[in-house]
Write a protein of this length. Structure first.
Length: 101
């Protein structure tokens, strides 16, 4: 499964592609976002402890806080937030695909 997404990194949301396969979640920022400091995120299914919809965070508008986002929580208590269209549907699909491993 591949979809366009923005990943909240600090005070900004970086555009790119989110790829989810059985066992792997990978976010690759667009080339120009990489040049501006956007980071690649790669997580194995074993690292992921939570997949859910994050509520709006109105105090962080530039990092996507005006929208509900896909929240990925890891075993290290790291949280990754992704802005995607149809977040409820995406949460269900990510959970299904990632857990097939």
């Amino acid at each position: 499964m591949r979809l366009r997404a923005n990943h909240s990194q600090g005070h900004l949301a970086r555009g790119g592609l989110l790829t989810v396969t059985p066992g792997l979640l990978l976010f690759e920022p667009h080339h120009y976002e990489q040049r501006l400091g956007g980071a690649t995120v790669q997580l194995s299914a074993n690292e992921v402890t939570g997949i859910e919809v994050a509520p709006r965070a109105l105090r962080r508008p530039l990092s996507g806080g005006l929208r509900r986002r896909l929240r990925i929580t890891t075993a290290e208590s790291s949280v990754h937030l992704f802005i995607v269209s149809g977040v409820e549907r995406v949460v269900a699909r990510v959970n299904d695909v990632l857990r097939r491993s």
